[in-house]
Design a protein around this ligand. Structure first.
Ligand SMILES: Nc1ncnc2c1ncn2[C@@H]1O[C@H](COP(=O)(O)OP(=O)(O)OP(=O)(O)O)[C@@H](O)[C@H]1O
Length: 303
C-alpha cells in the first residue's frame, strides 16, 4: 500500500504543554483521512508541522516517502495544498482574481485551468463580486480553490466545515468527494464534527490530548460500530449453542450477555432459545454512532 504521509513519534511542546505526544499516523494514497478530535486535541498543530509551518521537537515524518529532514521535502510539499484555519483570501478581489493572483504567486506560466477550477468550486457565477461579500461557505470553497491552483495530489483541510450552515456543509462534502473521486486527490481533513466525517472518510485517525488513540479504516469502523442486539440470558452455554447453530456472528460481553451482529430474526432466535430452556432476561438493539465510538475510545469528557 502506498502511503502519502507517515509520521513517526512526532512530539511538539508549547512551553511545558505537550500539544503532540508521540504521534504516529499513516495516510494511504487515495484516502479521505478523517482526523478526528475535540477542540484543542492537537489537530492544527500536527497539520502545521506537516505543512512545514512549524518544526517538531522530536520524531519524524515523510511525505511521498521523503523525510522531513531531507532537502527534497520542499519539492514534495509543492505537491500538497492546504487550507489551515481561515482561508487566505484577498477580500477586495473576486473569486477569479483570487485564483489568478495565486497562479502569479506560484509563478505559473498561464491561467489555464482557472475557469475549470472556478466551476469545480461552484463559484463560476460570481463574476466581479468581491470575496468580502461572499458567504462563509463560498469563502471556504474559494480557499480550497486557491489551494488547488498548483494542482496538488494531496490536500489538507483543517476543519473545512466549521461554522457552515447545513447547505454549506453539503457543498463542501460534495467538493471533497469530487476531488477524491474525479481528481484522485488524497485528503487529510480534520474535524470535531464526527458524524459529518463519517459520510466521507475512508480512514480515521482519532486524536485526544495530543495522542493518536486509534487509526482505523472506515470499513473496520463499520464492522465495529454496526448495529447489534445485546441479549442477556440465564444460560450462556445454551445461547452459544443456538448462536453457533444459527451461524451468527457474536461477541460475549460477560457470563450472561452477548452482542449479536448481522440482524438475526428475533422471533426465530427466541424460539430456538426457548427450545433449549434458555430464558431471555433482556434484549436491546444497539446502534453505535461514530460519535459514541469516539467517546468510548477516549473515555468520555475531560471537563
Ligand atoms: N502557539 C501556541 N502556544 C501555546 N499553546 C498553543 C499554541 N498553539 C496551540 N496551543 C495549544 O495546543 C493545544 C492543541 O492546539 P491545536 O490548535 O493543535 O488543537 P486542535 O485540535 O486543532 O483544536 P482546535 O480545533 O480548537 O484548533 C491546545 O491546547 C492549544 O491551546
Amino acid at each position: 500500500m502506498d502511503t502519502i504521509l507517515t509520521t513517526e513519534s512526532l512530539s511538539k511542546h508549547y512551553g511545558k504543554f505537550k500539544a503532540l505526544d508521540n504521534v504516529s499516523m499513516h495516510i494511504p494514497k487515495g484516502a479521505i483521512y478523517g482526523f478526528v478530535g475535540r477542540n484543542g486535541a492537537g489537530k492544527t498543530t500536527l497539520i502545521r508541522l506537516i505543512c512545514g509551518l512549524q518544526e517538531p521537537d522530536s520524531g519524524t515524518y515523510t511525505i511521498y516517502g521523503t523525510a522531513n529532514d531531507d532537502k527534497a521535502i520542499s519539492k514534495q510539499r509543492a505537491r500538497m495544498g492546504a487550507v489551515i484555519e481561515t482561508p487566505s483570501i484577498y477580500m477586495e478581489m473576486s473569486a477569479e482574481e483570487n485564483l489568478k493572483q495565486q497562479a502569479r504567486i506560484l509563478g505559473l506560466p498561464s491561467f489555464d485551468g482557472i475557469d475549470e477550477l472556478l466551476k469545480l468550486i461552484g463559484l463560476e457565477q460570481t463574476g466581479n463580486k468581491k470575496a468580502k461579500h461572499f458567504s462563509l461557505g463560498m469563502r471556504q470553497r474559494l480557499g480550497i480553490g486557491i489551494a488547488l491552483v498548483n494542482d496538488p495530489d494531496f490536500l489538507v483541510l483543517d476543519e473545512p466545515t466549521n461554522g457552515l450552515d447545513p447547505q454549506g456543509i453539503i457543498q463542501i462534502r460534495e467538493l471533497i468527494l469530487k476531488l477524491n473521486q474525479n481528481r484522485q486527490i488524497t485528503l487529510l481533513i480534520s474535524s470535531h464534527i464526527l458524524d459529518e466525517l463519517s459520510k466521507l472518510a475512508t480512514h480515521f485517525g482519532f486524536i485526544d490530548n495530543g495522542r493518536i488513540v486509534k487509526e482505523i479504516s472506515a470499513e473496520q469502523l463499520e464492522m465495529m460500530s454496526r448495529q447489534c442486539l445485546r441479549l442477556e440470558v440465564d444460560n450462556i452455554q445454551a445461547l452459544i449453542r443456538v448462536l453457533d447453530s444459527m451461524k451468527l456472528n457474536y461477541k460475549l460481553i460477560n457470563g450472561n450477555t452477548a452482542e449479536i451482529y448481522g440482524k438475526p430474526s428475533i422471533t426465530h432466535l427466541i424460539q430456538e432459545l426457548a427450545d433449549q430452556h434458555c430464558e431471555v432476561q433482556s434484549i436491546q438493539e444497539q446502534d453505535e454512532s461514530l460519535e459514541s465510538y469516539f467517546i468510548n475510545l477516549v473515555g468520555g469528557s475531560h471537563e
